[in-house]
Design a protein around this ligand. Structure first.
Ligand code: HEC
Length: 392
């Protein structure tokens, strides 16, 4: 009995102490945990952003800008809604209103460091084994924002299980897309484009310029390494490929070298491919601030297990969503062409062959005076989602 009282007093004493010591949020207690969960995938020491947010002084210096970026919704970067309202994805966690409020209070109260809280032990990334290695750059200032290069792929069909993109200057590469080529005519047209200027590769604003190029893989800043879900791999036909780099700020572009490494496997338990769900009938009237385009498309494939999604529109796009009759598969409520991403589901989603999928895209056509239709060029538009899927 006595001991129980003692314990009760101790608890009350602790509670009182807690009230007395409430001097506002501290870095280690209130700020570092949400920065780790929502920002560090891109804002690590060698992350893609060029703005590390790994220590108290770094976060303190960046806090006013971070607050503005969070309030405007510009950060955490990315197109795909990860709030949990539509599907559940791996990757950076959404930032909650309480986190933004505590960041604001932390700044107001002088950005106190506070006592170190034991960090959760970090999970070591799996070792990355290099199957194919490609190097690009340094780039000339007039080479354009998008640079395509023809590369020799592994001649044998294989599976891509992980890819890594690294650059010598942070922020130099915004995204990388890998395309496969099937015919010698496609390889010839890539070589013609390549020969047009002295630098390696060719400028390719938007599409690659080679009609038969088919999208095989995508890397966007988030983590240098993209690892496909356990037991899966993306089927690569083998042979020639095009690596398209969307380069970042002009100031870092000219010094940067970029490496792309692929991990390949000869067999995997679940072979995946990218299946396009595309509203190719698209036709948008000019001069309108908001234009909606919605199509219901039956799944053009056998029963599928879908492991991830890659939404795609061009620069006029402002929002996109894809739904099955049962669930929301992906939504990008504030589309930004510069932030295209391949996102993996926490759990694969099963879709039955022929199930009607509702694809809804929204655009602003204010800058046009002619109707805009589906097409490859940067002045055309698209409305599509690639499903990263295997047979279910
Ligand atoms: C998916 C990657 C990614 C995530 C996640 C991310 N950022 Fe960024 N961030 C970037 C990149 C890349 C830049 C460089 C500018 C650009 O390319 O738009 C940047 C720039 C910034 C900037 C400076 C420019 C600006 O827009 O004000 C701030 C501040 C910032 N991020 C804060 C944050 C915070 C805080 C978080 C977490 C809540 C976060 N970011 C999450 C990629 C990311």
């Amino acid at each position: 009995m006595v001991r129980r009282h003692d314990r009760l007093f101790a608890v009350i004493a602790l509670m009182l102490m807690g009230v007395g010591c409430d001097s506002g949020p501290t870095y280690h207690q209130d700020i570092a945990p949400f920065v780790a969960a929502s920002c560090l995938s891109c804002h690590d020491v060698d992350g893609a952003s060029g703005l590390p947010l790994t220590t108290w002084p770094e976060v303190r210096a960046a806090a006013p800008a971070a607050l503005a970026a969070l309030r405007s919704g510009r950060m955490p970067a990315g197109n795909i809604d990860r709030s949990g309202e539509c599907a559940t994805f791996t990757g950076p966690e959404p930032v909650h209103t309480e986190d933004i409020e505590s960041l604001a209070r932390w700044v107001e109260a002088g950005s106190v460091e506070g006592a170190v809280v034991d960090p959760e032990s970090a999970v070591a990334p799996p070792p990355f084994s290099v199957g194919q290695h490609f190097e690009f750059g340094p780039f000339q200032s007039d080479e354009g924002e998008h640079r395509c290069t023809l590369v020799e792929g592994d001649p044998d069909p294989s599976f891509l299980t992980a890819l890594r993109v690294e650059s010598s200057s942070p922020g130099a590469v915004h995204h990388m897309m890998l395309f496969t080529l099937q015919t010698t005519a496609d390889v010839a047209s890539a070589l013609t484009l390549d020969a047009a200027d002295d630098a390696p590769g060719w400028a390719c604003e938007g599409p690659t310029g080679v009609s038969g190029a088919s999208l095989a893989a995508v890397w966007t800043p988030g983590s240098p390494v993209v690892t496909f879900p356990d037991g899966t791999g993306l089927a690569l036909a083998g042979g020639a490929m095009i690596v398209q780099l969307h380069l970042g700020r002009a100031s870092v572009r000219t010094e940067a070298t970029v490496t792309v490494d692929l991990t390949l496997a000869t067999c995997v338990a679940h072979s995946l491919s990218l299946i396009p769900i595309a509203a190719t009938g698209l036709s948008l009237p000019p001069g309108k601030p908001v234009v909606h385009w919605t199509e219901t498309l039956p799944l053009p494939a056998p029963d599928l297990d879908v492991y991830g999604v890659f939404p795609h529109m061009h620069a006029m796009g402002s929002a996109l969503s894809l739904r099955s009759p049962d669930e929301c598969l992906v939504q990008a409520p504030r589309w930004d062409y510069g932030w295209q991403e391949l996102a993996f589901y926490e759990q694969p989603v099963s879709l039955a062959s022929g199930v009607p999928l509702e694809l809804a895209c929204q655009y602003s056509t204010l800058d046009t005076d002619e109707p805009t239709v589906w097409g490859e060029s940067a002045t055309d538009e698209m409305c599509m989602v690639f499903l990263l899927a295997g047979e279910g």
